[in-house]
Design a protein around this ligand. Sequence first.
Ligand SMILES: C[S@@+](CC[C@H](N)C(=O)[O-])C[C@H]1O[C@@H](n2cnc3c(N)ncnc32)[C@H](O)[C@@H]1O
Length: 224
Amino acid sequence: MRRTVRSYVLRQGRVTAAQERALAELMPVYGIAFKEELLQPAAVFGREAPLLLEIGSGMGETTAQIARERPDADFIAVEVHSPGIGSLLKLIEKDQLKNVRVIRHDALEVLEKMIPDGGLAGIHLFFPDPWPKKRHHKRRLLQAPFLALLASRMKPGASVHVATDWEDYALQMLEALRSEPALVNTAPDFASAGSRPQTKFEGRGRTLGHRIWDLVFRKVSPPC
Ligand SMILES: C[S@@+](CC[C@H](N)C(=O)[O-])C[C@H]1O[C@@H](n2cnc3c(N)ncnc32)[C@H](O)[C@@H]1O
């Protein structure tokens, strides 16, 4: 998928000394380098298990919490923001999480180049950057071509869970998800958050009085 407009701007922000150390010492242990080569999850995790991808893991608390609660599954977090990656690496080390790996790269290219077709049992896309100004809407990650790519990487029965605190983006997401023929809604329109932990970005939105919209769509089986 050719793309000139990215869904993020790399402002690295302040990296703390602890995050810096984590990036230097733990990235070689828990990181996966971006390569134009399909990932071999069984080799990475040393087992066969359902593989879930989190896109834009932010500071990583939600990633770590879900991974703690689901030792039966393996998780790959994709993020471009160094302080967030450092923070997640620290959590992986602190909790000795064997089922999380981190890729520091654009999720779009990771999906295109590293994730095999039908390789994912689930996708988490929690609070993607809302890009609220109309002239920035083209930067929004969840749009039709990206969704088609996501759907191609999901196994039949796998689900994609999306959440936002931005109403017009929520409506745009609902329409785009409904228009993707490989996916079916698990709810009449918006879903409940289910067991999804509250994310850091969500917490900020709630403090500002924002409503939260969750969407959970499942990949349909191909016709026989
Ligand atoms: C609004 S934050 C939400 C973070 C976290 N999910 C949460 O809810 O607290 C969105 C995150 O997505 C990341 N991001 C945006 N576009 C991305 C892309 N194409 N690939 C990987 N990460 C991306 C940003 O760096 C940012 O950390």
